[in-house]
Design a protein around this ligand. Sequence first.
Ligand code: PMP
Length: 459
Amino acid sequence: MVSAPVQTTIFSEFEERFSASKALYQRAQGVISGGIAHDGRYQKPFPVYVERAKGAYKWDVAGHKLIDYAMGHGSLILGHNDEDVVAAVHAQLDRGTHFGAGHEGEILWAEQITKLVPSAERVRFTMSGTEANILAMRIARAYTARNSILKFEGHFHGWSDYLVKGEKPPFESPDVPGVPEDVLRTVAVLPSDDIGAVEERLSQGDIAAILVEPSGASWAMIPMERDYLLKLRELATAYGSVLIFDEVITGFRWAPGGAQARFGITPDMTTLAKITAGGLPGGAVVGKTEIMDHLLFKDEPGWNAKKKIIHPGTYNANPLSAAAGTTCLIKCANPAVQQHCDDMAARLRIGFNTVLENHSVPGCAWGDSSAYHVVVGEHVSNRTAGDLRTPEGISPATLKASGKAGLAGPLSAAMLLEGVDLFNTGGLLSIAHTPDDIDFTIEAFDRSISRLKRDALLA
Ligand code: PMP
C-alpha cells in the first residue's frame, strides 16, 4: 500500500512521482499547442506520459505501472495489443499500408459490420467518429431535403462545427467560439427528458435528422431511458426525419450489435468508430440502403452534380485499420466479451459506492454496460452500497461537468498515485480487466478518498 506523508498534498506528491512526465509536458508546451493532442487529456497539474501498454495495463515513462480505464478512449475492448489484432496488423504491414485502391480487406470489414449491427444494410468508412457524424448529417440532409439537425444536451458527437453546440454546460449557451452563427442556427439542442419539446420541434418540418447517443450523453453519464429512445423512433418516422444513433462508444460494446441490439430499437443510420477499427484510426456510417444510396454515382442526368453526396478521404478504409477492425469485430461477435466487460464495470461501480458509503462522503459511481462514471463531493440522493444507473437529486449539467469540475482533478491525480488511470473520472472496461484488477482499483479508490480527506478536500 502507498500512503502519503501527512503534510503532503496530492498534487505535490504527484509532481514528485511523475517528474519525468512533467519534464515531457514542459517540452511539449514548447511545440504542441497547449502541450496536449486531445482536450480530454488535459490534467492538473500535468498529464502522465505513457511509454507502452499491454492488456489492462500501461506504463508511464518512468516505468510506473497503471491499470488503464481509458482503454484507447474506449476503442480497446480487447485490451491493449490483443495478440490477434497485432498479428493481423503485422501481416498487413508486410503487404502494404495504402493501395490508393479498393482491397478485399475493406469488404471483409464491412461484411463483419453488417453481420453484427442491425441497422447496417450498407457501410461507408471514414477516419473517425467526428467524420462519421459529419457524413451522416450530410446524407440525411440530402435524403430529406431539409437543413436542420436535432441533438440533445450534453450529447457528444465529436468536434465538428455543427455538433459542438450544447455539448458542455451551460447547455443553452447560444454561441461556441469559432463556429459561425449561421451554422449554429441549423442545430436545435433539446433536453434529453422532454419528448413533448422534441415533437414540437419536429412539427416545424425542417429537421433532417435526430442525432442521439443511445446510451444517453457521454456513454450513460446522463442516462437516457429506453422508452425515450422508442418515442424518438416513433416520432422520427412520423415526421419524416432520419434517426441516427451515434454508437461511436456503444457500438460492439453495449452488445455485439451495439446499443441498438441491446435495446431492440433500430435507427435509420448509425455512426461508428473506436472498437470498429480495433484500436487503429477509423470509423463508419452505416444505414438503410435507400438512404446510403445518396453516395452512389449514377448515370441519371443531373444526379452526380446535384444529388450525390461528395465523400473522399485519403485514409478511408485503409488496409491497416481494416485488418485490425475485422479481426477485432470477429472477436466481438461473441457476447461473452461484452458480458465480461459489463460484469467488471458493475463490480467496480458497486465497489466504489461501497467505499463512499463506508467513508460517509457524498458522491456516487454510476453507469451502464461496461462504462462507469464517478463523482465525489456532490450529493446524490439515491446512492447506496450497490450498483446505480441513474443518479438522482443532481442536475444533468452537474453530472456532465463531473469529469472535470470540483474534486475530479485531485481524485484522478490521487488514483494515478495509487496506480490507476481512471480516465479523468469515467472509464471503459476491456476483456483484459480481471476481478483482481477491479479489486485493486477499489482499494486504490478507498485510499484516494483518504487522501482527499487528508488534504481537507472532503470532510
Ligand atoms: N461520438 C461519440 C459518442 C464519441 O464518444 C466520440 C469520441 N469520444 C465521437 C463521436 C468522436 O469520435 P472521434 O474522436 O473518433 O472523432
